[in-house]
Design a protein around this ligand. Structure first.
Ligand SMILES: Nc1ncnc2c1ncn2[C@@H]1O[C@H](COP(=O)(O)OP(=O)(O)OP(=O)(O)O)[C@@H](O)[C@H]1O
Ligand SMILES: [Mg+2]
Length: 546
């Protein structure tokens, strides 16, 4: 028996299709701001957007008597007729976004349509207007989305952890900022500005603004006009292919889209297994030749078949790449250098791996009656035969160094990837040594000009703090391009080791001691400092004249 669902049910189902993650709300709000003609969009997020998302623009604002209507379902100012739908020039057209957001969160809209400095604030819960009052606001609109899915515990459960949701928002942010260089975009995460993008003339300048000048050297830049469509692409040169490309953006008429077929074509354009290009592809197709209304989040499009877009773009890019490959390339030096570094690193590692065959560690049995930590610096063991004092930092440094040298560990995924900013200098250092660090077992993604994410670390470390990583980079900043691998191991071991001043639990001390004594030479740290100081009972007796 077929029934018509009551409104109380169907409004949630529809909303579910539009907003699944905080980044979907960010996407919709950015689109609304762009449609409103804003040239400045300021985004703030808390806890990966799960607690709070604020999007402020300087667009047209919403007439006060239309705000409530705007939050209603199927209410839009952007299309009126079916004809408009076939010739879309705006991101929005369903009149669905604000409604969906309001249904799953606490939504506040502040807006002003003039420059009087005064506007109106509207507060919605469950999609229903609860409060309305004047507030200070410049021309434009601020949407505040709080406690997303607070009444939908099951759907809240499907949200990812804070860091992963933050990454999705950053990706959304980058997509829209790349495609709209003439708009200034700011992203603030937990009160820290992580992107502050000024208005730029063109897409290329925006790419440099986000990823830095260097990225352009890695890219070919092609464009081509066909009869009914055109494209513009930045795509890695063959020598710059990587395992995990971090830029994989496709836009149709500046709208970011997901297109599996095109993605596959671009990934395999060089036909190299396991190495892929970064790319940013812009397609320009007359709105009448495509349909964006095939997906609730407007992220898939369908092209009119007659254009044969895929085949023609594929052939054109392949031809252009071939042509370029025969041209003398001025960046040969950079390429060679990179290659040498890579080769060198591999050989060094091999030596370390095979030069000394790792023995199964013989764990010595420790039966200590008493273990103490002295001044959060030393571990003191009281034995029958005397007293042993161990420097906790150098001991741990030595243990880690030996493990790094043996390399019989795995790289492990972090449950919560670490996202943070680096200064431009440290970013340069990272780019120089990224390859070396990855071979050691760190998984590093570059999210933007100064933003990185650490997703994997050598399994011998339980965790990593951003301070540890920054200290490693600072320490290797002055190294030559061919870093001495043994030195890198020492730096990593030193910066990841427990510090003098760290409080250790008894079991941590026990572990540390047992690992230290299972080494063949536990006496000196990699830098040559003494680790263990012993005083036998005889020595103590002598001191007391016994
Ligand atoms: N930041 C904004 N500035 C000005 N007007 C806005 C803004 N956000 C929303 N509006 C108005 O509210 C209406 C409803 O917005 P909503 O996002 O729900 O629908 P839409 O953008 O028309 O379509 P879609 O659901 O596809 O996004 C818009 O058509 C627009 O008139
Ligand atoms: Mg919209």
């Amino acid at each position: 028996m077929i029934i018509k669902l009551p409104e109380s049910v169907y409004k949630y189902i529809a909303a579910g299709e539009v907003i699944n993650h905080p980044c979907d709300a960010v996407k919709e709000l950015i689109e609304n701001s762009i449609d409103a003609g804003a040239d400045k969009i300021y985004i703030k997020i808390k806890e990966g957007g799960k607690r709070k998302i604020v999007v402020t623009d300087n667009g047209t604002g919403i007439p006060y008597d239309e705000v409530e209507l705007a939050v209603g379902r199927y209410t839009t100012s952007k299309i009126k007729t079916l004809d408009d739908l076939l010739n879309l020039k705006t991101f929005g057209f369903r009149g669905e976004a604000l409604h969906s957001i309001a249904t799953v969160s606490k939504l506040t809209i502040r807006t002003s349509i003039d420059n009087s400095g005064i506007g109106y604030e509207f507060y919605f819960e469950d999609g229903i207007l609860k409060e309305k009052k004047p507030c200070p606001h410049n021309k434009g609109t601020t949407c505040i989305v709080e406690e997303i899915f607070y009444k939908f515990p099951a759907r809240r459960k499907f949200l990812l952890n804070k860091e992963a949701e933050t990454r999705k928002i950053i990706e959304t942010f980058l997509l829209y900022s790349i495609a709209n260089p003439k708009i200034s975009f700011i992203l603030e995460n937990e009160d820290e500005i992580i992107y502050n993008l000024e208005k730029m003339e063109n897409i290329k300048d925006r790419i440099v603004e986000i990823y830095g000048e260097e990225i352009l050297k890695e890219f070919y830049e092609f464009n081509q006009d066909f009869k009914n469509f055109s494209y513009y692409i930045f795509i890695s040169k063959k020598e710059n292919l990587i395992n995990n490309p971090f830029i994989k953006f496709i836009f149709v008429n500046q709208r970011p889209i997901i297109d599996k077929k095109m993605t596959q074509i671009l990934n395999n354009i060089y036909k190299t297994p396991e190495k892929y290009p970064n790319y940013i592809l812009f397609l320009f197709v007359p709105p009448s030749e495509m349909d964006v209304n095939v997906h609730p989040q407007k992220i898939e499009v369908r092209f009119s078949n007659s254009l044969k877009i895929y085949q023609r773009i594929k052939e054109d890019i392949e031809n252009k790449i071939k042509e370029r490959a025969f041209l003398p390339i001025s960046e040969f030096k950079i390429k060679d250098l990179k290659f040498e570094v890579k080769k060198f690193v591999k050989e060094e590692i091999k030596q370390l791996e095979f030069g000394e065959i790792p023995k199964e560690e013989e764990k010595i049995k420790i039966d200590f009656k008493n273990i103490y930590q002295l001044q959060k610096k030393y571990i003191v063991l009281i034995l029958d035969s005397g007293i042993v004092i161990i420097d906790q930092h150098t001991a741990h440094e030595k243990i880690l160094y030996e493990k790094l040298k043996k390399r019989n560990y795995k790289s492990e995924n972090l449950l919560f990837p670490l996202i943070f900013n680096l200064t431009s200098e440290l970013m340069r250092t990272l780019l120089r040594f990224q390859e070396n660090l990855e071979i050691m077992g760190f998984g590093i993604s570059i999210l933007g000009r100064n933003t990185i994410s650490i997703d994997r670390i050598p399994g011998i470390f339980k965790k990593i703090e951003k301070e540890n990583f920054i200290e490693i980079l600072k320490e290797i900043e002055g190294e030559k391009p061919k870093i001495d691998i043994d030195n890198l191991l020492k730096v990593i071991a030193c910066k990841m080791a427990v510090k003098s001043g760290n409080k250790l639990e008894e079991n941590e001390m026990l572990n540390l001691i047992s690992e230290l004594f299972s080494l063949s030479d536990p006496l000196f740290c990699p830098h040559g400092r003494i680790i263990i100081y012993e005083m036998s009972i005889e020595e103590i007796d002598r001191k007391f004249g016994r």
